[in-house]
Structure formats: C-alpha cells, structure tokens
Write a protein that binds this ligand. Structure first.
Ligand SMILES: [Zn+2]
Length: 242
C-alpha cells in the first residue's frame, strides 16, 4: 500500500487534535476522542458511531479487532486480500507482522491492484484471509463476487464479508435511484440485506460462523470503542483434509 501523502498525514493529526478527549477510543486509528459522530448518509449509522479521525464505523472496528487477533494467533504467514480498502484499516492490516497484504479496488488508484471483485485477477486458493466491507450491497449481482472470494480463498481460509443486515425481513432491493435515495440516503447502495444474507454466502460453499471480537474486552473499554453490535460473520472455505 502506498504511504500517505504528507498533507493527508497532516490532516490526520489535525483531526486527532481537534477531536481529542477521553470518552471514546478508536482501535483502528488508535485515537482518543471526545465522541464518535453520526454519518448522515448511512442508514446503518443513525447513531453516534463514525470515527471523526479515520472515518471507520462500528463494523470496521469489529473487523479490525477480529483480524488482528486472528493473525496474532496464526502460525506462519498469511496472505490477506482487502477489497475496496478503507485507508486507515488498510494501513493497520498491512502493518501486521505476519501478513502479506494485497489490496485493490475497481477504481484505478485505490489500492495496489485494479480489480473487479466479480472477476478477481488471482489464482485459485491464493489467499488465507479476505476483508471486504460494504461492497456486496453496491453490486448489481452479488453472487459472482461471493463465488470469486470463495475461489481465491485457500481451503480453511476465512472471508470477513461485512454488509448491513436487517433482521426479520427479506433483502430489500429498491428498483429506482429515487427509491434508494429515499430509503438509504445514497443511490449507490443497491440493497439492504435481510434474513437471506447468510444463505447467499453459504450458497457459494462457505460455512458460516459468528464471533464477537469484543468478548474478551472489559465492558468499560468496549463502551469506549462503541462496540455494541459486535458480531462478525465469518465465511470459512471448508478444508476437506480436516
Ligand atoms: Zn479511527
């Protein structure tokens, strides 16, 4: 991953100083904050939960805590693919000592590789871990993307595929940009997943599991990080030899 240009680095420290406080803590950018902030365009985020320094949300904080812990426990090196990389999360993932980090986006210039998640430019079984946050909900057809992530994972590998999921309803896919704007406050979000989300992942062959990365964290510290909806859905590619 390319190093941050100096002016962005200066902006990072500027935001850190402006928002400094002791009530909240962001584990992704390691900032001590007065408060997290709401994200007005995000239907998932109608509460105080966006980091004003690195822009990570609660799911990113959970994913980071999980992946950091997973990599620390792993023996040997892990090859990690980060799709549509969030800059600060990407920098933390790339800095993990036993990780070979690859990141890419469909937009040229974001990440190391230009890639289409529906046709990943990687060999079968070439990654141990995938991190893919808030991408599937933007795709006209998510099945090819899920199948591609399954293909490039090694048997036994894990994909952290994060999307907002509503419970007690089916997946909502508004037909028009106007409806999406009204419902999601963002016309580029094509669907809000519902109870069939897990079925979509398991249809590609994944075996699903859930972990709460904040389980071992003291309640006061957990509250400082605003990790309240803390479960991470893990999509594991089965290993037939085990
Ligand atoms: Zn942060």
């Amino acid at each position: 991953m390319l190093p941050e240009p100096w002016f962005r680095y200066a902006g990072f420290w500027n935001r850190r100083i402006r928002h400094v406080g002791w009530r909240r803590y962001c584990p992704v950018c390691e900032s001590h904050l007065r408060a997290f902030v709401a994200h007005r365009n995000d239907p998932e985020m109608q509460f105080d939960s966006l980091c004003p320094v690195c822009a990570c949300k609660c799911p990113h904080r959970c994913d980071w805590l999980f992946i950091q812990d997973y990599c620390r426990r792993a023996s040997g090196r892990l090859r990690l693919l980060h799709v549509a990389p969030e800059p600060h999360l990407g920098r933390r993932l790339a800095a993990l000592t036993n990780v070979d980090y690859v990141c890419g986006d469909i937009v040229a210039g974001i990440g190391d590789v230009r890639l289409d998640i529906c046709r990943l430019p990687f060999a079968d079984a070439s990654f141990d871990l995938i991190c893919c946050c808030h991408v599937l909900m933007m795709l006209p057809d998510d099945a090819p993307a899920i199948a591609e992530m399954f293909r490039v994972l090694r048997p036994g590998g894990i994909a952290v595929i994060e999307n907002p999921v509503a419970t007690g309803v089916g997946t909502l896919e508004p037909a028009t940009a106007e409806e999406r704007l009204e419902l999601f406050k963002d016309e580029t979000i094509l669907r809000l997943y519902g109870d069939d989300y897990r079925e979509r992942l398991s249809a590609a062959g994944f075996v699903l599991d859930e972990v709460c990365p904040a389980d071992g964290i003291a309640p006061a510290k957990r509250e400082r990080m605003e990790i309240y909806s803390g479960n991470v859905i893990l999509s594991r590619k089965p290993d037939p030899t085990r």
